[in-house]
Every structure is written in C-alpha cells, then in structure tokens.
Design a protein around this ligand. Structure first.
Ligand SMILES: NC(=O)c1ccc[n+]([C@@H]2O[C@H](COP(=O)([O-])OP(=O)(O)OC[C@H]3O[C@@H](n4cnc5c(N)ncnc54)[C@H](O)[C@@H]3O)[C@@H](O)[C@H]2O)c1
Length: 354
C-alpha cells in the first residue's frame, strides 16, 4: 500500500446507447439517472423520437460522431435485431464494451461474429436477457436452488399477448422465445438436451406469430414454452413444478406464488398406493421490486469495474440460445421435407417452421 494514498478520483465509466427506440429510450433514461456512469450520448440515425435524451447535443447520427465527441467505455446496443452484429462488431473494434439487447443477433453466424470480435478486442460483452433480473424469477430460482420443490419435473413458460406493431424484422421465435429458451436453462441449471417446435403464421406476415416449444434439459427436466403475438391479453408466466409443489412467477407484476402439495392422508389402502397430489396452501411472497433493466445495467457496470456479476448473461450464453433456435428450425425443416413426399402431411407441415 503506498504511504501517500492516491487521492485521484477514478472518473466514472462513460456509457452510451445505440438506438433510441422503444427499449433504447429506457436505457438512455437509466444511464442519465445513474450516479455510477457518465452519459456519453446516444446514436440513432432517426433522431430522438421519444425525447429520451435531456441534452439534444448528445444525440448523434453515427458511432463515428459519438466517438469524436469523447471517449467511450461501453455502449448498450438497442438497435433492431438485424443491426446488432454490425453495430456491436464496430464498437468492439473501437475498444468499446457492449451490452447487446436480446436476442444476441439475427443469425447464429452473426452471433458468433459478435463473440469473436469482442474476445479479439479484449473488451467486455453481455446480452440483455433482462428476464433474469426480474425479482420474481430471481426469487423463484433461489427457492428452487434451496430445494423448496424437491426434485423438479417441469418448467413451463407462457409469453403471449397482442402484436407489438414496431417489430418488423423478426418473428416471435427470435423476439420472444429466446427469453424462454434462456430462462429454462437458467432456471433448470442444465443445458437443453433436445427440443421440438410448432409454429403458426396467422397474421399474414413473413415471420411466425406463434410457437410452441417442448423439450428436455440434460438433467431430465421437461420444459414447455407457449409464445405468441395472437392473444388479446398479455400473459408472462413461468411455472416450475416439483415433487413438493409448484412455484409460479408472474413477470408482469413481479409476483411469486408457491402452491404446496396438500398433505391429506388416506386410510384407504388402495388409494394410498396412487401417488397423486392434492391442493395444499398457497403463499404469495412479498418481494422487493427493482426495475429489471436497472439491475441488468448495474450487473454490467460491476463487470466493467472488475467485479464479475452472476446477473450478467455472457455472450457465449446468448450464442447458445441462438444455436438452440436454429437447431429447432433445422429439425422442423427436415420434417417438412420428409412430409413433402407424403401428400396431405406436406400440407399440414407447410407454414409450420420454427
Ligand atoms: N430485453 C427485452 O425484453 C427487450 C424488449 C424489447 C426489445 N428488445 C430488443 O431491443 C432491440 C430494439 O428493440 P426496440 O423495440 O427498441 O426497437 P425500435 O424499432 O423501437 O428501436 C430501434 C431504434 O434503433 C434505431 N437504429 C436503427 N439502426 C441503427 C443504427 N445502426 N445505429 C443506431 N440506431 C439505429 C432506429 O432508428 C430505432 O429508433 C431489439 O433487438 C429487441 O429485440 C428487448
């Protein structure tokens, strides 16, 4: 330790936002409000349509203009999914760490490009799978880890609601189901061993608007994800079922409820032989609620400051999620080709790819 401590204060990290759309405006709000980072500005060729940036002089038309205005430690990439790779690769190449919105990229090849560019540049990278910062899911995972449910059998997610008109470049699989594929692995604590999927195109868009995914983790836990843009009400529910009961997280309201198996004894010996469950007590937990996007940002800043944070979703995890999406699509396409020789089966399979 030096005799005279270095009293030079460390300047705060300088962060920016790329893309001032539906999500980027919230990142801009949080960066400007943060006491831990200095807001370096935002880039959006379309300008600041939500008036998210207090100082209009900090809205730039390109990464080059942003960097010319001052040094930059990190950037949140909240541009349309198709643009993630070019933007993240450019930033990494200029020595800027990146927190890339989910899904990591529009294709596996592009996701890999981002991983390679970030690792080659020696900067930090992470993916914004913000559901992992939802208080209800964080607490659910903690309780499952502590063994509250005993052995876990099933993880089921439901993410349905009306179509958000802003999403032009991808379908429900990349935009929403990537959340679920990340969640089942994270909650189940094991990689996906296999999955199958059904999709539907009901709105006349080129991209799918409904997907049902069913699969199994390497640990043997079964999972099921129901995701669509066709439902007239928004539902965000994750259910984990085990031998002692079920935990249900509502991520819209950040509520977590435990449904215990009942402890009803039976004197009827043949009924005792059937090992079904009955309804027990239901408990809704009181949780401290913090904005998930803020928790995600804090985790990333911790990482940049040299304190790796378990809340940070690594680029390699984001790449694995993208791989799973494509594996499901290839399997589905193979089934379609096989069905194409089979008359009526081919018609049923058409328009039904993941
Ligand atoms: N984590 C979540 O839960 C969550 C929720 C919504 C969106 N997202 C992700 O965030 C990303 C953005 O989604 P959105 O809904 O905000 O989209 P959006 O269309 O509302 O906004 C995107 C913005 O990026 C700008 N843009 C386009 N190309 C750019 C470039 N090269 N540089 C800078 N800006 C550029 C556009 O002008 C637009 O303002 C998508 O990848 C989406 O999947 C994640």
């Amino acid at each position: 330790m030096p005799l005279v401590p270095d009293s030079t204060p460390t300047p705060p990290l300088r962060g920016a936002v790329l893309g001032l759309g539906m999500l980027g405006r919230h990142h801009a709000r949080l960066l400007q409000a943060s006491e831990r980072v200095a807001f370096a500005g935002a880039v959006d060729p379309g300008g600041d349509r939500f008036a998210a940036v207090r100082d209009p002089g900090l809205v730039f038309g390109s990464v080059g203009e942003l960097l010319a205005a001052g040094p930059l430690d990190f950037a949140v990439v909240a541009v349309p999914t198709e643009e993630h790779a070019p933007v993240a690769v450019e930033l990494a190449g200029r020595g800027v760490s990146v927190l890339v919105e989910k899904p990591l990229a529009a294709s596996v090849a592009e996701a890999r490009e981002i991983v390679v560019a970030v690792e080659a540049a020696g900067v930090h990278g992470a993916v914004g799978h913000v559901e992992r910062c939802n208080p209800a899911l964080v607490e659910l995972r903690r309780r499952v880890g502590e063994g509250q449910l005993g052995e876990v059998f099933l993880i089921a997610t439901e993410r349905v609601g009306p179509f958000p008109d802003r999403v032009r470049d991808v379908g429900v699989v990349k935009d929403l189901a990537t959340h679920d594929l990340d969640l089942v692995r994270w909650l189940g604590g094991a990689p996906v061993e296999r999955l199958a999927a059904q999709t539907q195109h009901r709105m006349g868009r080129v991209h799918e608007d409904l997907v049902l995914v069913t699969g199994r983790l390497e640990s043997g836990v079964a999972f099921n994800c129901t995701v669509d843009w066709l439902s007239p009400t928004k539902v965000r529910r994750t259910r984990v079922l085990g031998e002692r009961g079920m935990l249900v997280a509502d991520t819209l309201t950040a509520d977590l409820t435990f449904y215990a198996n009942g402890e009803v004894s039976s004197e009827w010996s043949s009924a005792q032989a059937l090992r079904g469950v009955s309804e027990g007590d239901a408990t809704r937990y009181a949780l401290a609620r913090r904005e998930p996007l803020l928790v995600e940002l804090e985790g990333f800043v911790d990482l940049l400051e040299g304190r790796p944070d378990p809340r940070v979703v690594t680029l390699r995890e984001g790449l694995e999620v993208r791989r799973r999406v494509d594996a499901g699509r290839r399997r589905r396409a193979g089934e379609d080709r096989a069905a194409a020789g089979g008359g009526g089966r081919a018609r049923r399979a058409r328009g039904d790819r993941l």
